[in-house]
Design a protein around this ligand. Structure first.
Ligand code: SF4
Length: 144
């Protein structure tokens, strides 16, 4: 089995990133380069991974919280440097595999990158894909 570049695990988080008690597992090697990232050492976007990795995660994780960031490919690329097509394909697979009740999709308003109208389009695309748990919020940007 392939080794995973693991940073650490944080158990018994109350009311953070989900309902009730949650566990955060952090890994090195995030393929994205989000402009407002607070921790570039971490990997928190499994949907940006090859399908095989997402399939493995789906075998052991009960509920997923996915920060989809943006549906417009150009905005997604400008903000993350990544490929939106891969993300959306993996998310669609995940929703079908786990069921929409087990996948919460977070849709952020990203200051200076997207608008409320862009978020409306992303939410509509998610609903058409079958997502039922959609969490809209606004990124807080650190002032330097
Ligand atoms: S997905 Fe973006 S915000 Fe999250 S760790 Fe990777 S670069 Fe940072």
């Amino acid at each position: 089995m392939e080794a995973v570049p693991f940073i650490g695990i944080d158990r018994h988080r109350l009311g953070v990133d989900g309902v009730g008690v949650t566990t955060l597992a952090a890994f090195h090697g995030c393929p994205l380069r989000c402009k407002y990232c607070l921790n570039r050492r971490c990997l928190e976007s499994p949907e940006e991974l090859p399908r095989e990795s997402v399939e493995r995660a789906a075998e052991v994780v009960g509920d997923f919280i996915v920060d989809i960031k943006e549906s417009n490919a150009e905005i997604y690329k400008a903000y993350t440097g990544g490929d939106a097509a891969l993300v959306w394909a993996n998310l669609e697979w995940l929703i079908q595999k786990k069921g929409p009740e087990h996948v919460t999709v977070r849709v952020p308003l990203i200051p200076d990158f997207n608008t409320e109208a862009d978020c409306d389009l992303t939410a509509a695309r998610l609903k058409a894909m079958g997502a039922t748990r959609i969490d809209r919020f606004t990124y807080r940007v650190q002032q330097s």
